[in-house]
Design a protein around this ligand. Structure first.
Ligand code: PMP
Length: 421
């Protein structure tokens, strides 16, 4: 048999897939052989942004500023949430012990689903054990072989994977004109059309052009799904996400998301009309055939969402930090694309430089992630940096000074612009 069967994508030639696999493998082998780059968190060190990690060279523990976390509001360490989790007793049970349709249906999980539906202005919601499962299960549960999903080309893999058994098309990233072309060309080819976008894009940190996309999709009779993974807790006046950001509450057909980023826990969800959610309960296989989420993480998610909606999470500080980092990176002359949230791509377009910059930052105890080809197109390879609320100005200043110094040394930016603020 051939590994080809595992790619799941009939259009991807095995040779191409194998070469992609080799490329990724060589990155990791290279990192390991140089004893660099290994990130294994030991503990948190009482700080929201400093992680204790094992130094691969010496085996000793060292401290790094973590600029690679999606814990945007640092709720993973919030004592108010931990208090709620501690109130649980072992008798309550951790694992739900069953799938939702058998014995895994629990009041606390329904409360979480209700909270999500209310936050997102939808009639109903269901909760999955992961965001991946929610996205995959929603799309694969909805679309049949006469339907089509039309994706923004930067939509998250968990969404795209939902179309492995059905039709899919792509439009240019965040480009309503390109979407219109695809919709027009396929107007009569399918029964149901579902336009799929992220609220905030995970590699670029830009926000979907929702007004235009909704207008076009609805004009052509398509449904719209927005993945709120990186938007919840981050954008919108009170942190409710993309719909609140645009004042478009109730206008989108389906909302999915994860509880693993700003919410600081684990799990995923889909929110929509009562009828659609009822349908998914019996067609979404990653919901139906998977045990309900772990109860302590459900309790943590619920408390985190309460803190977000009651404006008790650190959203203002997050934005203060985002604005500082954005100002410094832009002023220094880095190409950060259209970044406008907590995710910053430092676009370099050269795999070796991406790797080198990442290494050099790690040496300065600044933890960032490299994003090489084939994760993004060759000319868009980048160092990816995320900002969370817990950084103080001194830590940010140190980091940006180092990024600028390294950027100049490596001739990614010119010396003139660096060193501002
Ligand atoms: N959607 C987006 C945009 C994501 O970035 C991620 C996480 N990488 C997911 C969905 C999946 O969420 P989870 O990690 O909870 O499975």
């Amino acid at each position: 048999y051939s590994l080809y069967n595992f790619t799941g994508d009939p259009k991807l030639e095995y040779a191409e897939w194998e070469s992609r696999m080799d490329m990724m493998n060589s990155w990791f082998t290279d990192m390991k052989s140089q004893n660099r780059f290994l990130y294994e968190r030991e503990s948190i060190n009482g700080s929201k942004v400093i992680s204790k990690v094992v130094d691969p060279k010496t085996g000793e523990i060292r401290e790094m500023l973590n600029f690679a976390s999606n814990d945007y509001l640092n709720l993973t360490q919030d004592p108010r949430i931990w208090e709620k989790v501690k109130e649980l007793s072992p008798e309550y049970g951790g694992g739900a012990g069953g799938v939702p349709l058998l014995s895994g249906s629990m009041t606390i999980i329904k409360q979480l689903a209700r909270k999500i539906a209310d936050m997102k202005g939808m009639e109903s919601a269901i909760v999955y054990s992961s965001g991946y499962g929610a996205n995959y299960g929603t799309i694969s549960g909805l679309l049949g072989h006469k339907d089509v999903a039309i994706y923004d080309m930067f939509a998250h893999a968990s969404l795209i994977d939902g179309s492995r058994g059905s039709n899919k098309k792509f439009f240019q990233h965040n480009d309503p004109v390109s979407l219109e072309k695809v919709l027009k060309a396929n107007q009569n080819n399918y029964i149901n059309k579902l336009v799929v976008v992220d609220g905030v894009y995970s590699m670029d940190g830009d926000i979907v052009k929702l007004n235009e996309i909704l207008d076009i999709a609805h004009y052509y009779g398509a449904w719209v799904l927005v993945d709120e993974a990186h938007a919840t807790g981050v954008i919108g006046k009170t942190g409710l996400g993309t719909l609140e950001h645009f004042g478009l509450e109730g206008k989108v057909d389906i909302i999915t998301g994860t509880l693993s980023k700003a919410v600081g826990s684990i799990g995923g969800y889909v929110a929509a009309s009562e009828r659609l959610i009822n349908y998914l309960k019996y067609t979404s296989r990653s919901y139906m055939f998977s045990t309900s989420p772990y109860i302590p993480s459900v309790v943590a998610s619920l408390e985190a969402l309460n803190l977000i909606t009651e404006q008790k999470a650190n959203k203002d500080k997050l934005w203060e930090n985002i604005n500082y980092v954005k100002k410094r990176l832009t002023k220094a002359g880095f190409n950060i694309g259209n970044a406008e949230t907590a995710i910053f791509p430092i676009i370099i377009g050269d795999d070796n430089k991406v790797k080198e910059m990442t290494f050099r930052l790690h040496e300065k105890n600044i933890f960032v992630n490299p994003v090489p080809y084939p994760a993004v197109p060759r000319k868009l390879t980048r160092v990816r940096m995320t900002v969370t609320a817990g950084f103080n100005l001194e830590q940010l200043k140190y980091t940006l000074d180092e990024i600028e110094r390294i950027g100049v040394e490596m001739e990614i930016i010119s010396p003139v612009k660096a060193n501002a603020v």
